[in-house]
Design a protein around this ligand. Structure first.
Ligand SMILES: Cc1cc2nc3c(=O)[nH]c(=O)nc-3n(C[C@H](O)[C@H](O)[C@H](O)COP(=O)(O)OP(=O)(O)OC[C@H]3O[C@@H](n4cnc5c(N)ncnc54)[C@H](O)[C@@H]3O)c2cc1C
Length: 454
């Protein structure tokens, strides 16, 4: 019998396994895919050059993932953001500097007032127990859309807030409760921190791509990691756990489940999980993102004084960034289709989808954008072992009904994953801290048991 099994080799599961192995615990990691990294995924775009199709940015506040990257020898570099940004709204693309477009004073004022109000409310959130306050239920019953209609006066201000929520969470404001949005704002250290590049979430990228961090942890784990081994059933009881996966059955003292909660129903638990835990998994949904990366011989937009960052209220592409490697060669633009935008694209044929994405890039960056050397596409909701991104979230009522069960272990089962993080919830940093917390919980239980046996 081994000490611990970790289900899932995303950042969270790998960090957990690394921590357990470092503490001298026998650990095995079972991963469904034939690769590690989960929601981080590198894409080669030239000899020795990569860009990312999944999670990629880290801000200065993301100290855990930065520390981990340094430990495994992965460096950071600043996101290219020099130049003017573009805001595409009402049929026009206008240039701006700063975090949000200033070309619509009324709308911007409305947005800033709403932001101040949201941040004031978010400061009241207890990150360990967002649903615990007596007022939480009132905010959990209301969608962000309803709140915006009540508290924001201008259409352009609401449009900007809608875009912000989509950019940050890949959901429409009608899909998430006000409490959920406040929790996310609090967990991210404020709205500015979530949307900014300099000093915010988008400040830096990882040299060699963010997946490199997972690849290096996996190399260290060696034989303790098995790929292409999806876990199907977990039997758990007083004496231990038996984890059934394709091609493997592992007996262990404890199991850490490091997959997103909305995937928990894909595993059969015997005996079944407590009712609230079961319902939590079905109450949690995931956002919808399709990421496109267009690759050009050079980042031609920089010559025109553009940063490559654009936000748009028009069409299915909501945002772009310069996603070139550190030396700017080749040039890469990443374009995000988010929530309804991503769903609209999914209804099209691959050729039509490509046409729509290139038209959107041409509307922002001109004719040179029409002929990329490569165009990569990654729809995370189509992925069997992810089924939605960036992160799992509760719809209205979810936090107050199920939030308290999110991290609570069930017997020998411990829960990890970015969705269980308090700070940096849903980010790579959150995945790392959640993996560390889960490892501490598993270790404490193992030590207690060893003490009892001794
Ligand atoms: C497009 C996109 C952009 C993002 N941008 C950013 C960003 O810029 N910055 C940032 O910080 N975060 C970003 N994120 C979020 C970040 O990538 C994730 O929060 C983080 O990587 C999640 O790690 P995790 O280990 O918790 O989960 P995952 O990475 O989802 O890992 C779970 C693992 O479990 C495996 N698995 C699933 N089911 C089973 C099973 N039954 N048996 C065995 N294995 C199983 C999966 O294959 C996967 O490898 C982004 C995500 C996406 C998709």
């Amino acid at each position: 019998m081994t000490d611990a099994v970790v289900v899932g080799a995303g950042l969270s599961g790998l960090v957990c396994a690394r921590r357990l192995a470092g503490a001298g615990v026998d650990v095995e990691v079972l991963e469904a895919r034939d690769r590690v990294g989960g929601r981080t995924l590198n894409q080669a775009i030239g000899p020795g050059q990569v860009t990312e199709l999944g999670g990629q940015w880290a801000g200065p506040q993301h100290t855990a993932v930065r520390r981990l990257a340094a430990e495994v020898g992965v460096e950071t570099f600043p996101t290219h953001i020099a130049g003017r940004h573009l805001y595409h709204h009402a049929g026009r693309a206008t240039r701006y500097r700063g975090d949000v477009p200033a070309r619509m004073p009324l709308g911007l004022g409305d947005f800033r007032l709403a932001q101040a109000r949201l941040e004031r409310l978010a400061r009241r959130i207890d990150l360990d127990d967002p649903a615990g306050a007596p007022w939480a239920r009132r905010y959990d019953e209301m969608t962000v859309e309803t709140w915006m209609r009540r508290h924001m006066r201008t259409r352009s201000g609401r449009s900007l807030m809608r875009l912000t929520i989509k950019a940050v969470l890949a959901v429409e404001p009608r899909e998430i409760s006000l409490l959920g949005w406040l929790f996310y704002i609090a967990s991210g250290g404020g709205l500015d921190s979530l949307i900014r590049t300099d000093g915010g979430y988008q400040q830096d990228r990882f040299v060699g791509g963010s997946q490199e961090i997972a690849l290096r942890m996996a190399a260290d784990l060696g034989q303790r990691l098995r790929l292409a081994t999806p876990v199907r059933r977990i039997e758990h009881g007083r004496d231990g756990v038996r984890v059934h996966a394709d091609g493997a059955v592992v007996d262990a003292r404890s199991v850490v489940v490091a997959i997103p909660p909305h995937l928990h129903p894909t595993i059969e638990f015997a005996p079944g999980l407590p009712a609230v835990r079961n319902q939590l998994a079905t109450a949690m949904s995931a956002g919808m993102v399709t990421k496109f990366v267009a690759v050009y011989p050079e980042p031609f937009w920089r010559e025109a004084g553009l940063s490559g960052h654009a936000t748009s209220t028009e069409g299915p592409i909501s945002m772009t960034f310069d996603n070139s490697p550190p030396d700017g060669s080749p040039g890469a633009l990443v374009a995000f289709a988010l929530a309804d935008g991503a769903r609209a694209l999914e209804a099209m044929s691959p050729a039509d989808r490509r046409g729509v994405v290139l038209d959107a890039l041409v509307a922002l960056y001109g004719d040179r954008a029409s002929t990329p050397q490569q165009l990569h596409e990654q729809c995370w909701a189509r992925e069997q072992w992810t089924r939605g991104c960036y992160v799992g979230y509760f719809g209205p009522g979810g936090w107050t009904s199920f939030g308290s069960a999110l991290r609570r272990p069930v017997g020998r089962i411990v829960w990890a994953g970015a969705e269980t993080a308090t700070h940096g919830h849903g980010s790579m940093d959150g995945a790392v801290t959640a993996g560390e917390r889960a490892a501490e919980e598993a270790l404490a239980a193992l030590r207690l048991e060893a003490g009892v046996r001794a």
